[in-house]
Design a protein. Structure first.
Length: 157
C-alpha cells in the first residue's frame, strides 16, 4: 500500500480549466457528463470514467444536500483515473437530480482510496450552510478558491 501521505488541498486539485460557473443541464446524466468533462479537460481521467460516474449514480445517489452533488466513478473504474482531481460545474437554474434541486456538481477522480479523503474535505465545506450558499452564489473562480482555501487552513483547528 503506497499512500502519498499528505492530502493535497482542494484548491490544488481543482484546476481553473475544470471550473464552469454558468452551466445548464437538461438532466442529471447531462450534469454528470459536464462534471466528467471538467476532469477530462485536465487529463485526470479516461473517457470510460465518465460512464462509470453515471453507473455509480444509478446505484447510489451522490446528492449531498445544500444543492450539491459529488458524482464520482465506481471502484471498477479506478484504472481510468490518471491523477486525483476535482471539477466543479455550477448550474444557476438548477438540475433535477432524482427529485433534488442541484446547483453545484463536484466531479471527483481519485486513485486508490484517495476519494475518501477528498470527500471528507469537500463534505466539511459543504456541511457549512453558509459556505455551501456562498459556493452556490459564487460568480468568479477566485471566490470558489477563497471558499475552498479557507477550509484547507481550518484543518488544524
Amino acid at each position: 500500500m503506497s499512500g502519498d501521505g499528505e492530502q493535497k488541498p482542494l484548491t490544488e486539485l481543482l484546476a481553473e480549466a475544470s471550473i464552469t460557473l454558468d452551466a445548464s443541464a437538461t438532466s442529471r446524466d447531462d450534469a454528470i457528463r459536464q462534471a466528467g468533462a471538467g476532469l477530462l479537460a485536465v487529463g485526470a481521467i479516461d473517457e470510460a470514467y465518465v460512464d462509470a460516474m453515471i453507473d455509480r449514480e444509478n446505484s447510489v445517489s451522490t446528492f449531498m444536500g445544500e444543492g450539491v452533488a459529488i458524482p464520482h466513478g465506481t471502484l471498477a473504474a479506478k484504472d481510468s483515473v490518471k491523477s486525483d482531481a476535482l471539477s466543479m460545474v455550477k448550474f444557476p437554474d438548477g438540475v433535477d437530480w432524482d427529485g433534488n434541486d442541484v446547483r453545484i456538481a463536484f466531479g471527483i477522480a481519485a486513485k486508490g482510496n484517495g476519494h475518501i479523503a477528498l470527500l471528507s474535505q469537500l463534505a466539511t465545506v459543504l456541511m457549512d450552510p453558509d459556505k455551501a450558499e456562498a459556493l452556490r452564489e459564487a460568480t468568479t473562480v477566485e471566490q470558489v478558491y477563497a471558499l475552498l482555501e479557507s477550509e484547507d487552513e481550518d484543518e488544524d483547528a
